[in-house]
Ligand binder design. Sequence first.
Ligand SMILES: Cc1ncc(COP(=O)(O)O)c(C=O)c1O
Length: 473
Amino acid sequence: MNLTDRARQRCSWLPSTDIPEGPRYKTLADQIATSVANGELKPGERLPPQRLLADALEVTVGTITRAYREAERRGLVEAKVGSGTRVRDAGMERPDFHHLSRATTDSIDLSLSIPIPNPLRTQQLSAIMAQLAEQPAQLDNALHYQPEQGNTQQREQLAAWLTSLGLDTRAEDLLLTIGGQHADYLTLQSLIRPGEAVASDALTYPGMIAAARQLGLKHLPVSMDREGMRADALERLCQRQRIRLLYLLPEHNNPTVTQMSQRRREEIVRIARKYDLLLLEDGVQFVRPELRGTPFYHLAPERSLYIFSVSKILSGGLRFGALRAPANLMQQLCNGLRSQCWASPGLMGAVTCDWLSSPDSALLINWQWDELTARHAILEKTLSGYEFMSHPCGFYAWLHLPEPWRASDFVEQAAQRGVTLVSPEPFCVGSQPAPQAIRICLTPPAHREALEIGLTRMAELLAEGPRLSAPLV
Ligand SMILES: Cc1ncc(COP(=O)(O)O)c(C=O)c1O
């Protein structure tokens, strides 16, 4: 029996003996990250003793120590004197929640669509930045002015990552942007002339409403049903008005959480071809591959643009995104980007693309998807009996308020109970009336318990009904 076989007998997990390129300690830390991400290494599981692993892999104990330290720095494992190095729970330590009890007025924010807080984010970012700091050639590359379309290596990294998650993309199809909002704005600014019209769901992402307004474009609402944009309503609008671009949130409308069926997508494409519309699909609210429908760029590649951003999976502060566009539109988009900011920042791109390409990001992203599932279960439990739309990957749900509640009263009275919500007004296109409904974001609280307290306060308020406050005469 050789050393590796002997080690295999004693340890439930061993890294592969195929050695990828790169410093050995780092590739070992990467293997730990991959195994944690794909579940081969479970929370609490002990890593092999350092001496045993060093002998099995024919490296020095120092290399293993460095690899374990690197894994610890990335937040993957935890070393404790006497009990070795164990895999961390990717979730959070359990804090004390007494201060959030119902008697207090501490505010619980359910208004923002942001990634779920987890200390892993900062740990991973700090490890990625430290690794980058050790690579002078890559740093030098990041310091140069970048091409308008974005740094080539970063576009390749991003294309490979998107493709691995079922969004097949080539580097040449991508233009790097300063987040998703920038991609929205850039598309309108570069492809639509002032005074021309764009259309979207009647309730849509407020950043698109703001961009169209800022650029002096007409923004027309299309009425919606449980699948989002109605094809018959779109066709009627196109018969009356010349529309240049259709903004689409087919996976997960913000705020109504509707998802389009394949049939609806095909109907929209038929209308887009008939009336020569550009299709701008915004994929910033990133959905698990197995729950995603066909992207519009597959159905109508000649006229479809797709927006991606890391804001909902890594962090909004990175301000990193991309626009996937047909080749015949790329030059116009590059001209637009050049006139705004020359190119997106090379250094931010390097950090973000290294992070996305590292096995660590999969750990974080999978953790968030699992955590969302748990949070949706809390939502189902606390608001059972009320009518709401939700999606397993959704950061938010859309609650239809029971009569006689009005959304503005509910937002105000929830605030008095210590729950921050946003009114539906900012999501309304043009002068569309706001529905009596509320977007409830499940992600801002750092802990599930805080979410549950916030939702319970909402359920109590719903059950009690509105307090009359307006003057009656
Ligand atoms: C649909 C949609 N598009 C774009 C954005 C903005 O993304 P970013 O933060 O990357 O600019 C958001 C943010 O919530 C969003 O919901």
